[in-house]
Design a protein around this ligand. Structure first.
Ligand SMILES: Nc1ncnc2c1ncn2[C@@H]1O[C@H](COP(=O)(O)OP(=O)(O)O)[C@@H](O)[C@H]1O
Ligand SMILES: [Mg+2]
Length: 382
């Protein structure tokens, strides 16, 4: 059993604090992805788990043992890095088996384990090749095999796919996921790539400036980002954000240019009149017929440009002085400056505190209530 408990962990480099009281648990066999922008402290945290970096405060336990003062090799972790430097003069088999050789494992036993691991990552046909005769993806798999042969309790990955081209990255992502399904080793994977994070993780830990912004299943983080930081970081594109003001009766909000939208007041028990940040997912918006314009479930927008996605388009437009992206599945020949009507369901409004950036407490009404709430809100406005 290899649960990892991270308790109030801090890290200082000299006087600079780069990790601020990080606290979470990685369950046995779980695949957790630590996601955040460059410099937010992901590698530092991972290296503290591995024992490659000292912990300034707090404790890290692996399988119930506090490992703060343990040597890396005593922790039962194997790490896969972005720069998986292989020994160029050694064959694939020698590269994979090197750690065992150093540990004094006899040749026959070593080769048996090399072959078993190579089979797991699909390298058994390449054991005699040199790294220079492999593709990037195959080299990455050698690095994985080299980590796996130690039969670690815990796998730590630090942006292992960042150096690969886009197609290979997707392939390797799938292979890592499949491998995890087979081995079920506790895994911590660090990346700044939110698509990679969403697709790999059982659970996501979103970090910003050495602080955890949110922990949750990918879908949960996508649907209910805890802060504007997470909202903007997750999703392609991130959440559309714009300033708004809640009306004095709390039933609607007003954008910078005076346009209004209905608010499902019943879902926001603590909503106060005044400034908020409004968030709208590109996928939750649609471009409606002209006739809808002027309704409170619709916003007037100005078309800017369209981004082709193959499976649809991202329409970039301006609403009340803010840029907004709308995901559409068809293609329409808009021209720059065209007036658009964006349809918005009151259920899809996401509200954040305009000062703290935190999501406003919200009761999640089930969708069937949506029509009735909307009608009631419409009645209230008319
Ligand atoms: N050895 C070090 N000495 C001083 N500062 C460091 C050192 N390593 C990392 N940092 C700083 O700590 C912060 C977090 O770095 P890092 O964990 O590498 O971020 P990430 O992996 O999220 O990109 C950064 O501001 C970085 O400059
Ligand atoms: Mg890093």
């Amino acid at each position: 059993m290899a649960r990892i408990d991270i308790r109030d962990v801090t890290k200082f480099y000299g006087k600079t604090q780069v990790v601020h009281g990080v606290d979470f648990t990685i369950n046995d066999g779980e695949f957790v992805v630590i996601l955040g922008p460059s410099g937010c402290g992901k590698s530092t945290l991972l290296r503290m788990i591995a024992g490659l970096e000292e912990i300034s405060g707090g404790t890290i336990s692996i399988a119930g043992d506090v490992v703060n003062d343990k040597e890396p090799r005593e922790r039962g972790c194997a790490m896969v890095f972005q720069n998986y430097a292989l020994y160029p003069h050694m064959s694939v088999a020698e590269n994979i088996g090197y750690g065992l050789k150093v540990a004094g494992v006899a040749k026959v036993a070593r080769m048996a384990r090399v072959q078993a691991v190579a089979r797991t990552v699909g390298l058994d046909e390449f054991l005699d090749r040199k790294p220079g005769q492999l593709s990037g993806g195959q080299r990455q798999r050698v690095a994985m095999a080299r980590a796996m042969i130690k039969e670690p309790k815990v796998f730590l990955f630090d942006e292992p796919l960042s150096n690969l081209d886009a197609k290979l990255r997707v392939q390797m992502r799938i292979e890592i996921r499949k491998l995890h399904q087979r081995l079920k080793a506790t895994s911590v994977f660090v990346t700044h790539d939110q698509v990679e994070a969403m697709t790999l993780a059982d659970r996501l830990v979103v970090m910003n400036k050495g602080v955890i912004e949110q922990i949750g299943a990918p879908k949960e983080v996508y649907d209910r980002p805890a802060s504007v930081f997470v909202a903007a970081f997750i999703g392609a594109p991130g959440l559309n954000l714009m300033p708004a003001t809640i009306s004095s009766d709390g039933h609607s909000l007003m954008l910078a240019d005076g346009q209004r939208l209905i608010v499902e007041t019943a879902r926001y028990p603590a909503l106060r009149p005044g400034p908020v940040t409004l968030g709208l997912r590109a996928e939750a918006l649609s471009i409606g017929p002209e006739a809808q314009a002027g309704r409170h479930s619709a916003l007037k927008a100005t078309f800017d440009f369209a981004e082709e996605l193959g499976v649809g388009q991202h329409i970039h437009a301006e609403v009340a002085g803010s840029p907004v992206v709308i995901h559409v599945e068809d293609r329409r020949p808009y021209r720059s400056g065209d007036r658009l009507t964006i349809e918005v369901s009151a259920h899809d409004l996401q509200l954040f505190d305009s000062e703290t950036g935190l999501r406003l407490a919200q009761i999640d009404a089930p969708c069937p209530a949506r029509t009735r709430d909307r009608q009631r809100a419409l009645d209230a406005l008319s």
